[in-house]
Design a protein around this ligand. Structure first.
Ligand SMILES: Cc1ncc(COP(=O)(O)O)c(C=O)c1O
Length: 379
């Protein structure tokens, strides 16, 4: 029997979630774009300073919208980091693009900007940097290269809400950015996401694509006298019940971020010496980046050790996980020509990475138990 029980993730009610969901029903508007959705949009537009924010049913769907907005089609190439979730690439492959997998930096595990220029050719249509663990990619060189070659940048900011690069919010560098409110994220509605639009030219078409290819948003604003099918699109807007839950979480921004900062710092302080002594790599946050405190990961020296480590913690009631497998070596990745050795850093770190329990109600006492167990792991 496990001695203790610490989950990897737990959904946590942080404030007025249930009250606002009740209000959403009482408002008589629980489909999309109701009062709570509008509050969430206004929140992001004000707090992040983005021209337009649109809630979506997931980060995956926000990325799909961005691919439609960029008119991605067969013959186009899209550059993405090899070390990421499938949605980052799938959204573009769905439109017919060929993915070009770029290896990641060994320190932050973000797209390696020094390899970017060599991956660009006439067919390159977009670059999709992922701010892994909410630590900013090197956006200055990335934006510089993208601008020189006239290529769009879509930031996959699933992990990075409220993180900053050189004082500027992640999600405000590319023409668009995607956010996730999946239950493992700092702010959640169970499933959910948002598309942040920094290029105002894209806003009107984004509203159409999100509303099944219709000009329904313009109709409701009184800008056209009927609404009709004007473009391709899908149903990318979430119920106002989910927006109500999310808005209550967003209202607790300070409390949530402070708590997560404390969790991250306690892991870091408690494991630093142990990590140094055992050749374990802890996360790197460059001085010019303010992280979002999304996760705490470690890189163990080798795959077998990582697997034993996860099993050791689980036998004692602590749930840790690993992710991502190298995309270029997945079945789909290989169908695009991926082979062993293409992205050596990703191939290595995907064998080594482990994520520790991290959620908005994780207590110091629980963390102490996790840290104590880790320090007793028989290397
Ligand atoms: C980097 C990254 N992008 C996209 C996604 C997809 O997010 P969602 O589950 O909201 O579609 C995830 C999921 O965790 C992710 O880690």
């Amino acid at each position: 029997m496990p001695e203790i029980s610490v989950d990897f993730n737990r959904p946590v009610v942080m404030g007025n979630e249930f009250e606002y969901m009740k209000q959403a029903v009482e408002n008589g508007h629980i489909s999309g774009d109701g009062p709570f959705t509008k509050k969430c949009h206004a929140f992001f537009e004000k707090e992040l300073g983005v021209p337009k924010a649109l809630l979506t049913t997931s980060c995956t769907h926000a990325l799909e919208m961005s691919a439609i907005l960029l008119d991605i089609r067969p013959g186009n190439e899209v550059i993405i980091p090899d070390f990421t979730f499938v949605s980052t690439v799938n959204a573009f492959v769905l439109r017919g693009a060929k993915p070009v997998f770029l290896d990641v930096r060994p320190d932050t595990l973000n797209l390696d900007e020094s390899k970017l220029e060599a991956a660009i050719n006439q067919r390159t249509k977009a670059i999709v940097p992922v701010h892994y663990a909410g630590v900013g990619c090197e956006m200055d060189p990335i934006i510089d290269i993208a601008t020189r070659y006239n290529i769009a940048v879509v930031e996959d900011n699933a992990h990075g809400l409220f993180g900053k690069y050189k004082g500027k919010y992640l999600g405000t560098f590319g023409s668009m950015a995607s956010q996730s409110f999946h239950e493992t994220k700092n702010f959640t509605s169970g499933e959910g996401g948002a598309l942040l639009i920094n290029d105002p030219v894209l806003v009107e078409r984004a509203e159409i694509i999100r509303e099944k290819g219709t000009n329904r948003s313009r109709f409701f604003r009184g800008q056209v006298d009927k609404y009709t099918w004007v473009d391709i699109g899908s149903s990318y807007l979430p119920s106002d019940i989910l927006a109500a839950f999310l808005f209550a979480q967003l209202e607790q921004r300070e409390k949530i971020q402070l708590h997560r900062k404390r969790v991250w710092e306690m892991y870091h302080a408690g494991l630093k010496d142990w990590a140094d002594a055992h050749d374990v790599q802890l996360p790197c946050v460059p001085d010019h980046c303010e992280q979002s405190y999304h996760m705490f990961y470690m890189l163990l020296p080798a795959l077998e050790l990582r697997q034993n480590f996860i099993a050791y913690l689980r036998e004692r009631g602590v749930y840790s996980v690993f992710h991502y497998l190298p995309l270029h070596l997945s079945e789909m990745g290989q169908s695009f020509g991926g082979k062993i050795g293409d992205c050596p850093v990703t191939e290595r770190v995907s064998d080594q990475l482990i994520r520790l329990p991290f959620y908005n109600s994780l207590t110091s006492a629980e963390q102490e138990q996790v840290i104590d167990l880790i320090q007793e792991f028989p290397f």
